[in-house]
Design a binder for this molecule. Structure first.
Ligand SMILES: Cc1cc2nc3c(=O)[nH]c(=O)nc-3n(C[C@H](O)[C@H](O)[C@H](O)COP(=O)(O)OP(=O)(O)OC[C@H]3O[C@@H](n4cnc5c(N)ncnc54)[C@H](O)[C@@H]3O)c2cc1C
Length: 488
């Protein structure tokens, strides 16, 4: 397959965060090596026809160029998949032999962010990353209302997976978005909000790019403040109800998370609840990383294959760190964490996330099943973080159909076929356990669910597929999740 000049330029322009794994073919090379893109898992290397990475991602000329690219892809019969950081782990931002698009915001090339203090929203270009947003909001004393725990991700991608964060009490990101503009397969540009094109608002929010290209959006913002943590150690069996109770009783809590022990003796039995409330003082200018972060990354990675390191980390997190400092930090500082803080150098392994959303009283039955299934697998569980997510009554693929406690699990997996098969089998078991406990599972990770599990977790999936075929009859917008879970 020939590489177009634009794809060569795009490839030379720099690698995506997940990594472009192919080498640029030498000019004389024949036939050309196909352009391969992968995502952060390193398990989805996929040939693409071209990677469109425009220099400008705002303004009318860009919209015209986007329209022309969509038209060209449709004429060639190629699927289109937009991505940002490509940290979804199952090719949700990739389409085989399709046109990949990535919209990097370069602040010098145009106005990409506008703030409306009165309405407490900001308008932002789709491809902006959260680190750019934080950097722009921080000097104004402002902060995003909801975003993920790391700042590398794209803002429109955050809407497309309908991510949640650890600021509380909030539903998923989409529930804090006032409107967005969507370019449809036809090239028409429409505004979607709860009152305008409301159906597409609910479909594209958490719709994994299957309904069109989001070109900009208006998420909510709030004040940046200094926050002070409070730590509470408790049996994991009590954590779900306690988290919900704490947040219901105390409206001063602005951010909250839980943690579960992963060493063999305390495995998913001991927990820590951390709640952040406002502290007096003016936040300093936001920073990221630093020596402390490097140290905590070393401690985190040392856990692979070492129960001793897992015990040491639990001690550091539950005893040493709370004693060592007040932990006071600005909200923006807490949100301004790169994924690289977790990354390890061993290329034979990859980090695989899972996430399950449980009603508060469903967390313990779910954990009981995990205590059996995970140690029987070949997977190394390095971290479990708990979050609180309010009900989402808007998106068609809602994962929080009531208030939910989210259990985010980070596994270190070897990149071998046996480990991949083992991961798939274990995931099926954990999904069954979550469903039996009244919960759901999150879609941006490995595509290891059975289709009956997808249907049980997402009861409106048939509606999503029917409306997809209505709004995009040529199936221009496709990715591997569509192929695996939704296409018949
Ligand atoms: C270390 C780590 C921490 C995480 N923490 C959290 C967390 O705290 N909370 C949480 O909810 N999730 C979390 N996630 C999951 C994360 O939110 C998703 O993986 C998200 O997709 C990452 O953003 P991205 O820019 O990498 O998206 P990509 O993988 O690039 O894209 C994701 C989806 O969005 C679509 N898309 C992207 N841009 C557009 C656009 N302009 N128009 C239409 N569709 C588009 C893509 O087609 C794709 O389907 C985490 C993931 C990792 C790896």
């Amino acid at each position: 397959m020939a590489l177009s000049p634009i794809s060569r330029r795009a490839l030379l322009g720099g690698s995506i965060a997940a990594g472009v794994v192919s080498a640029l073919p030498a000019a004389a090379q024949s036939p050309p090596v196909p352009l391969l893109l992968d995502d952060a898992s390193g398990l989805n290397a996929m040939p693409v026809a071209r990677h469109w990475r425009p220099a400008r991602v705002t303004g009318e000329a860009w919209l015209d160029a986007l329209r022309a690219e969509l038209k060209a892809a449709a004429a060639e019969g190629r699927p289109v998949a937009v991505g940002a950081a490509r940290h979804s782990l199952g090719g949700q931002a990739l389409a085989r032999n399709g046109v990949a698009m990535t919209f990097d915001v370069k602040p010098a090339t145009g106005s990409w962010l506008a703030i409306d203090r009165d309405a407490k929203v900001f308008r932002v270009a789709a491809g902006a990353r959260w680190r750019q947003v934080i950097e722009a909001l921080d000097p104004l004393g402002l902060s995003p209302a909801v975003m993920q725990s790391n700042h590398d991700f794209g803002v429109a991608a955050t809407l497309s997976v309908n991510a949640h964060g650890w600021p509380v009490p909030h539903g998923p990101f989409g529930t804090t978005v006032r409107s967005f503009r969507l370019m449809l397969a036809s090239g028409d540009l429409i505004t979607c909000s709860p009152t305008e094109n409301a159906e597409l608002f609910a479909l594209a929010m958490g719709g994994y790019g299957l309904f069109g290209v989001i070109v900009d959006l208006e998420p909510a913002l709030g004040p940046n403040r200094l926050l002070r943590p409070t730590y509470e150690l408790l049996p994991a069996a009590q954590l779900g109800p306690r988290m919900v109770e704490r947040l219901a009783q105390d409206s001063s809590v602005e951010m909250a998370y839980g943690r579960l022990a992963v060493d063999a003796q305390r495995f998913l039995r001991e927990s820590l609840l951390v709640t952040y409330r406002p502290a007096a003082g003016t936040p300093p200018a936001v920073t990221s990383g630093g020596a402390l972060v490097s140290r905590s990354r070393e401690i985190f990675r040392a856990q692979i294959g070492s129960d001793e390191a897992k015990r040491a980390r639990w001690h550091a997190e539950t005893v040493a760190a709370p004693k060592a400092s007040s932990g006071i930090a600005s909200r923006n500082r807490l949100l301004n964490e790169p994924v690289a803080n977790l990354a390890g150098p061993d290329r034979s392994r990859t980090d695989i996330l899972h996430e399950y959303f449980l009603p508060a009283d469903g967390l313990e039955p779910f954990l009981a099943a995990c205590r059996v299934a995970i140690p029987r697998s070949r997977q190394d569980l390095l971290n479990v973080t708990l979050r609180y997510v309010q009900e989402d009554r808007i998106s068609v693929l809602a994962y929080a159909r009531g208030p939910r406690v989210a259990a985010v699990m980070l596994f270190s997996q070897r990149k071998t076929r046996a480990d991949e098969e083992d991961m798939a089998a274990m995931t099926e078991r954990l999904i069954d356990a979550a469903l039996d406990a009244g919960g759901t599972f999150y879609l941006p990770y490995r595509l290891h669910a059975r289709r009956d599990q997808v249907a049980r977790a997402y009861p409106r999936v048939e509606e999503l597929v029917t409306r997809k075929r209505h709004h995009d009859p040529g199936l221009l917008f496709r990715n591997t999740m569509w192929d695996r879970y939704f296409a018949t």
